[in-house]
Design a protein around this ligand. Sequence first.
Ligand code: HEC
Length: 268
Amino acid sequence: MRLLFGCLLLLCAGLASAATLTVDTGAGPGKLTTEQLLARPDARDIQVPGDVSYHRDMRYRAVPLKALLAGVPTDAHLQFVALDGFTAEVPASLVLRGHGAEAWLAIEPPGAPWPPLGKDKPSAGPFYLVWLHPEAGHVGPEQWPYQVASIRVLASPASRFPAMQPAASLPANAPARRGFAVFQRNCLSCHTLNGEGDAKLGPDLNIPHSPTEYLREDMLRTLVRNPQDLRHWPQAKMPGFDRKVLSDADLDDLIAYLTHMAGRRPKR
Ligand code: HEC
């Protein structure tokens, strides 16, 4: 009986205890609890039409993410680490400057948990990055990380991953250079390139071969728009990128980048 009571207490404590978000803006990790975040004067109720993870309109209690990121340089990248270790990167400029899109950190209230993300799945809590007017900043579906446990500030991928960079001799407005930005925004969360990057989910996009070498260009375009239109299987993990997220011009630039990088494979 005593054992059972002890277990119940533990269980209750587990359910009631608030989560902790770790935020490291470079000066060392700081911790913020659910209560502290909910008590912030800038916390608001926001309405998110067509929430990317729940596929419907949602309401959240949220704080503007940029308020938690004082002193972060705009060329940095934010890395969101989920409870299961999955990481997503968002350029700090998108959060800090907005370009019209607003990043909000939604906080799951301990007393009113959010619905599960699917059958037998947990909710998007304890913390979830949601966007208002995402189309204004071309925010992709990969940039809505959920079940967030920590946020880290990283130097820009261009400086962290030199082997991913296009040739320095390319002019600033070269399509391959723009394509590198498209790649960072949409693909880097799941794919490495030339062996660099933190992703572990999808294959490397240049080693041993570039998809621009073994896929016909129209097939590669089909794959990016909707992978299941090229090859279909139930457990596929790659999402499609529609024109709202990735314009036709972005896709041209992305292919220019991948083609360019096929000529910049490290010698081994
Ligand atoms: C959410 C993770 C994710 C994102 C984001 C993502 N991919 Fe993928 N990709 C995968 C996975 C996983 C596979 C392996 C097939 C599968 O499971 O769908 C894959 C497969 C591929 C393949 C086929 C490789 C092969 O030889 O079979 C290509 C090409 C590709 N991705 C390109 C891209 C490009 C370009 C982008 C950015 C526009 C991108 N991916 C974004 C996860 C992702």
